[in-house]
Design a protein around this ligand. Structure first.
Ligand code: ZN
Ligand code: ZN
Length: 108
């Protein structure tokens, strides 16, 4: 078991929404669950883990992007902050595509 700590904040986590274990992404800081696309309000700036809100952030829009694949717009359940995040390489593609239709987004 490799216990070496990464200098960047790319650690795995347990998703607070679907409760699946999410492994580290490897190439950048992961900021949302690849299975359900929910996020956690832990960053002030991407990857800094400096936010103390820790509210769950749910997807309110998914927009196809020419360069980034998809842009997922999250809103924090707790404080209402909205942020845009690009999709990761192992995000659930069929879920991303289904969420580009607003009717398929989680109802709030
Ligand atoms: Zn999840
Ligand atoms: Zn928040």
């Amino acid at each position: 078991m490799d216990t070496k700590r990464f200098s960047k904040n790319d650690s795995g986590f347990i998703c607070k929404n679907c409760e699946r274990e999410v492994p580290p992404l490897g190439y950048t800081s992961r900021n949302h669950c690849p299975y359900c696309l929910w996020s956690l309000h832990i960053d002030q700036n991407p990857g800094d883990r400096a936010c103390e809100c820790i509210g769950r952030m749910y997807p309110i829009a998914v927009t196809p992007h020419a360069k980034k694949g998809f842009v997922i717009t999250h809103r924090c359940e707790k404080c209402g902050e909205v942020s845009n995040n690009k999709s990761a390489s192992d995000d659930d593609l069929s879920l991303l595509i289904s969420y580009t239709n607003p009717d398929n987004l989680p109802k709030k």
